[in-house]
Design a protein around this ligand. Structure first.
Ligand code: SAM
Length: 514
């Protein structure tokens, strides 16, 4: 593949052409329709090509050439890219000439930015981006090379949505790949340092920053924190190459998902090492896998990595999925493009299972890790939990609110909490389940519409308290009134309810009215 050249003049010309053609994610999706779009998501390009076959406008040429990776007649490309031209695309490393055709050598796909940060920041990097990355399996019509630079995938979007939205100065994006996390970070940060071991990935990051019209992304080559040793950042984000891979001959090492460590050692190194590059008050957010080994809970392994950090850290770790070794092996052998049922597939699965067996691995967790270096106090947050229900929408604002609640609660005695005025969050609903004919419910549940969409069972006392939190009376007054109603001791009810009120404030069922 030709080298990607992040030439500012050519990138500006390409940006002009993409913009003028209206090459946005919405336009592309609407252009070929929902069925073809779903097919594209599964690596099948036929329906999309058929849906736009009779179009020769610039956006359709862009979509065929740069979204689907299909060669186009040179004259059509010249007309669709009047500023950049075929020579410009070749100069950037995105295409090559083959007779009177232009053959794409990389993809450039439009991507919704998912809205600006909660504070409305980020207008500088646009409401949508164009993300250049290597040709995917469908465009290559075969398996990916091991030095492939990934485009925006499901994990990329998950982490982009998790990124905190509070404004900061400087962010570090470790393993930037195509640079999607760096661009997302710029919605609430002034500057980003993007690092990767792949020079090609860094070239894509640089090019994509130019296509987003920003020069606030600085790229640096090197492994993990080496390129930024001695520096500190307000935020670190990383979708690191965490995939657990057997270290034996004949198992491909895909740079985009695997950094060459054994087992989950890469995640351990990241969690234990990131504190050194965090400024006081700084946060780190990453996606990760962790192993469960015979007699050892996976979340306890993460806890030990956090404890081993020379800089004490707050930690909030959310396990979202748990796979048995066979399912994990199948997932990643398929991801590498090996056909299920083939002898090669069986050989690779065996290699994965042998590797897991050697460490007595019984399962693999996947989830979100949020770490924070306290400003001056000792760490106050150590939360390791499993949350498996689906969530809708970006979680960044929710995570930020939870951290703010944790800080406020850490400084709040039970007396002060009793004096606080609370409000039930607008997305919370209550469900009461009765046995047929019974007047009193057997189960009362609170349902969260946003955030982690948690559902919790509550007793009548807590249900009454949450129901009464309307921003008017202090918690202590409400608890006394509920104690009267239930004919129980008010002090006993308070010591039963207040810890659970703290939990509801952290998880976002309740908020401080002021
Ligand atoms: C899963 S991709 C993430 C790409 C992008 N940040 C995203 O969210 O889509 C992981 C990236 O880490 C890079 N990488 C691999 N080993 C690394 C290492 N030791 N240090 C830093 N980056 C590494 C790969 O080249 C790849 O670009």
């Amino acid at each position: 593949m030709p080298v990607i050249t992040a030439d500012p003049r050519l990138a500006a010309a390409l940006r002009t052409d993409l913009d003028a053609a209206g090459y946005t994610a919405t336009a592309v999706r609407e252009g070929w329709g929902p069925v073809a779009d779903a097919a594209v998501g599964r690596g099948l390009h036929g329906p999309a090509l058929a849906a736009i076959a009779d179009r020769d406008d610039a956006a359709a040429v862009h979509a065929r050439l740069l979204f689907l990776g299909v060669p186009q007649p040179a004259a059509a490309v010249e007309a669709a890219f009047p500023a950049c031209g075929v020579d410009g695309l070749i100069g950037l490393g995105l295409a090559r000439r083959d007779g009177d055709r232009v053959v794409p050598t990389a993809l450039v796909r439009p991507q919704d930015a998912g809205g600006a940060g909660a504070d409305g920041a980020g207008a500088g990097v646009g409401a949508h981006w164009w993300i250049a990355s290597d040709l995917d399996e469908a465009a290559l019509a075969g398996p990916l090379p091991t030095d492939h630079v990934l485009g925006v995938g499901g994990a990329s979007l998950t982490l982009a949505g998790l990124q905190l939205a509070t404004p900061v100065d400087r962010v570090l994006d470790v393993g930037s790949g195509c640079g999607i996390q760096s661009l997302r970070a710029l919605l609430s940060a002034d500057r980003v340092v993007a690092t990767d071991v792949s020079h090609r990935a860094l070239a894509f990051t640089r090019l994509n920053a130019l296509l987003a019209g920003t020069d606030a992304v600085e790229v640096r080559h090197g492994s993990l924190f080496e390129p930024v040793a001695g520096e500190q950042f307000d935020r670190v984000v990383s979708n690191p190459p965490f995939v657990i891979t057997p270290r034996v001959q004949g198992v491909p090492e895909y740079e985009y998902r695997d950094a060459g460590y054994a087992g989950d050692d890469l995640v351990a190194a990241f969690v234990t090492g990131v504190g050194a590059v965090l400024a006081p008050g700084g946060t780190a957010q990453l996606l990760a896998n962790w192993e469960y080994r015979e007699g050892e809970d996976g979340l306890d392994r993460v806890r030990a990595w956090v404890a081993a950090s020379p800089e004490p850290l707050d930690a909030w770790v959310v396990e979202r999925e748990h796979l048995d070794p066979l399912s994990y092996a199948e997932l990643w052998v398929r991801d590498g493009g090996t056909t299920p049922g083939s002898p090669e597939y069986a050989r690779l699965i065996d290699a994965w299972l042998d590797d897991f067996a050697a460490r007595r691995v019984t399962g693999i967790g996947f989830g979100y890790v949020l770490l924070r270096r306290p400003v001056d106090a000792a760490p106050a947050l150590a939360r390791y939990e499993r949350v498996s229900q689906p969530v809708t929408g970006a979680l960044g604002v929710h995570l930020g609110a939870a951290l703010a609640a944790a800080d406020r609660l850490a400084a709040l005695s039970d007396d002060a909490l009793s004096a606080a005025v609370l409000q039930v969050a607008p997305d919370v609903t209550e469900a009461r389940h009765h046995r047929p004919g019974d007047e009193a419910p057997t189960v009362i549940e609170l349902h969260q519409g946003a955030g982690f969409a948690r559902v919790i069972a509550v007793d009548p006392g807590l249900a009454a308290l949450v129901g009464a939190c309307d921003g008017d009376l202090p918690v202590g007054v409400l608890i006394s009134a509920i104690a009267d109603l239930l004919e129980v001791d008010a002090a006993a009810l308070a010591s039963d309810l207040l810890p659970r009120v703290r939990e509801l404030l952290f998880t976002g069922f309740l908020g401080f009215a002021r």
